[in-house]
Design a protein around this ligand. Structure first.
Ligand code: ZN
Ligand code: ZN
Ligand code: ZN
Length: 570
């Protein structure tokens, strides 16, 4: 009971000799008085809400990184969240593709692409016969900003909004419930990592501009950047970070749970001869995307932490009684993963450094907001898989698939049966769209289903939404396709590959499959009212929004899973 109402620090265990002493009544009174003093001083109670909620998404973080790299973590980053917070150890995504935009959207809407509509980072649009980027919105442009005013192609980078997001987010709900008083801000290096978490009603979503190293936003949020951000950009922190050398943070012999530094399936930066530390960024940046290169090294996370601390201070987040909401999405983890792979020394080092970033963030929050006054959760938008070449070396199953080849073979097969004509408008990692005008559509779909299932190596399961009874459904993947299909946006056919299969690439890793490698993510809760503990019960990421809703006493996002993570409330 005492623990529930936030007295944890004042609790003395019942096994303590103090409780068993003769002066028990005096001691009890003293304890109670102390507790009341704590209560009054800290100004919180069971009904007290946090002044600030912080949602941290670590892009591409596999749940196992909490443990595999743990011996090199400090006591004050990930380990503090585990030790002093609640660890939901078995939390998963439940749709395909497990990718950045659907992942972030699912966390904050509490539902899957079938409802929120963000079915991928981009998708094929039947009406325009074009690919649509998840956050594109050509009715908006870059927010007014003197340093960027004449920059070319602003539309490409800042024609962005949550327009394509079809349901409310938990951040929308806090805005509505507070009659607009709660401040909501989204931050990430990626536009989609900032925009979808912050929702439709956000004050701001800021993301990184690879052309100049600035943070900016679109006119959806504001016509003018806050002056503190103009000042922050003038400091040109990315420029300083890109003049550093990326060396292992710890002595190299401590990286015992990653592969050798120089393996054949790591990307070699232009200007380098191999993929080993140290990386002289100053010498490499001009050939490797200049400001864009910051995304691919851990210093991109350092920049985001500084941006987060500046945002909290300058926007006065958590300073008044109204609960504010800051969403932070660390992107460099994803780029380093794609570049070097999930067992590389480079990803190991990136997490060792991110752990120190978290330490800095938590220290700042403890000092300036107070641990009981903020609520923090940390999760990921998806995991990532082992590179097929590595799996083959280890005698595990799996291989590469080539979508171009699959499309060619399928087209040839359909031509033999139905005659020469265009059949396939678009195919991506999990979906296939037929061209709009097709006679014998149903017959063609049946043939596509047969061919993909029976003739293409590696495909595990195929689903045709218009012919659902045709599909043989695998027991432990029930609901997967239904959670993934958004009417009017999704393809005519859904499919996914067996474990260990990956779209053809030269190095690193990727994600999008429905297996544990890509679905299993960390979920840590910490701070205000959060008790200490852990649970191995299986949860889906869709339950995060309902949990926030119950913790904050605000409405569920409209399409959210109704089931919060009950362990936190017992
Ligand atoms: Zn991602
Ligand atoms: Zn390496
Ligand atoms: Zn990725």
């Amino acid at each position: 009971m005492l623990e529930k109402i936030g007295y944890t620090k004042c609790l003395i265990p019942s096994s303590s000799p103090l409780v068993q002493s003769k002066s028990i009544s005096i001691m009890t009174k003293t304890i109670l008085l102390l507790c009341i003093a704590c209560y009054t001083f800290a100004g919180f109670s069971q009904s007290s809400k946090p002044k600030l909620v912080i949602g941290v998404v670590v892009d591409q973080m596999r749940a196992e990184y909490l443990y595999r790299f743990q011996e090199n973590y400090t006591e004050n980053g990930f380990k503090k969240l585990i030790r002093e917070g609640y660890n939901l150890k078995n939390t998963h995504y439940n749709y395909i593709p497990t990718a950045t935009a659907p992942g972030h959207t699912t966390i904050y809407t509490g539902t899957t692409p079938a409802n929120h509509g963000i079915i991928g980072n981009s998708w094929y649009d039947r009406k325009s016969d074009k690919l649509i980027y998840c956050a594109e919105d050509f009715s908006v442009e870059e927010a007014d900003y003197p340093l960027n005013r004449n920059a070319k192609n602003n539309a490409m980078y800042y024609a962005r909004s949550p327009k394509n997001l079809m349901v409310s987010t938990i951040t929308d709900e806090i805005k509505l419930a507070s009659n607009g008083r709660a401040k909501v801000i989204g931050l990430s290096l990626k536009d989609r990592g900032a925009i979808f978490p912050a929702g439709h009603l956000a004050d701001y979503a800021f993301w990184y501009d690879i052309r100049n190293g600035n943070f900016s936003t679109s006119s959806y949020y504001t016509s003018k950047l806050p002056s503190w951000l103009v000042d922050f950009n003038r400091r040109q922190i990315p420029d300083s970070l890109l003049n550093l050398t990326w060396e292992p943070f710890l002595p190299i012999e401590r990286y015992t749970n990653s592969t050798a530094d120089n393996v054949s399936f790591e990307k070699i930066f232009k200007g380098n001869e191999n993929s080993t530390f140290p990386y002289d960024l100053k010498g490499l940046r001009s050939q490797n995307g200049d400001f864009g290169m910051l995304m691919e090294v851990p210093f991109g996370n350092s920049l985001l932490t500084r941006m987060a601390l500046t945002t909290i201070k300058e926007e006065k987040l958590g300073e008044d009684a109204e609960t504010d909401f800051l969403t932070i999405s660390y992107s460099s983890t994803d780029y380093v993963g794609h570049t070097f792979g999930i067992r590389s020394m480079e990803i190991d080092d990136t997490y060792i450094r991110l752990d120190r970033e978290l330490e800095g963030l938590l220290n700042y929050l403890d000092l300036h907001i107070g641990k009981e006054n903020y609520l923090l959760f940390l999760t990921a938008d998806h995991g990532a898989s082992d590179f097929p070449k590595y799996r083959q070396e280890k005698k595990l199953s799996g291989n590469f698939y080539d979508l171009g080849e699959i499309k060619k073979k399928l087209d040839a097969h359909l031509c033999i049966i139905f005659g020469e004509q265009p059949f396939i408008a678009h195919v991506d990692y999990t979906e296939l769209y037929l061209v709009n005008e097709l006679e014998k559509r149903e017959e063609i779909l049946k043939e596509v289903g047969y061919y993909l299932s029976a003739m293409i190596d590696g495909i595990n399961e195929v689903f045709i939404p218009s012919l659902p009874t045709l599909t043989f459904r695998i027991e432990n993947q029930k609901g997967l396709f239904e959670n993934s299909h958004y009417n009017g946006r999704s393809g005519d056919v859904h499919f996914y590959f067996k474990p260990g299969w990956m779209a053809k690439k030269e190095y690193g890793t990727t994600h999008c499959n429905p297996w544990a490698s890509d679905t299993h993510v960390p979920l840590l809760w910490y701070g205000n009212k959060i008790k200490i503990g852990s649970s191995v019960k299986k949860h889906t990421v869709t339950q995060i929004a309902a949990t926030l809703s119950m913790l904050l006493d605000i409405p569920l996002p409209e399409a959210a899973d109704h089931q919060p993570m009950a362990e936190l409330f017992r």
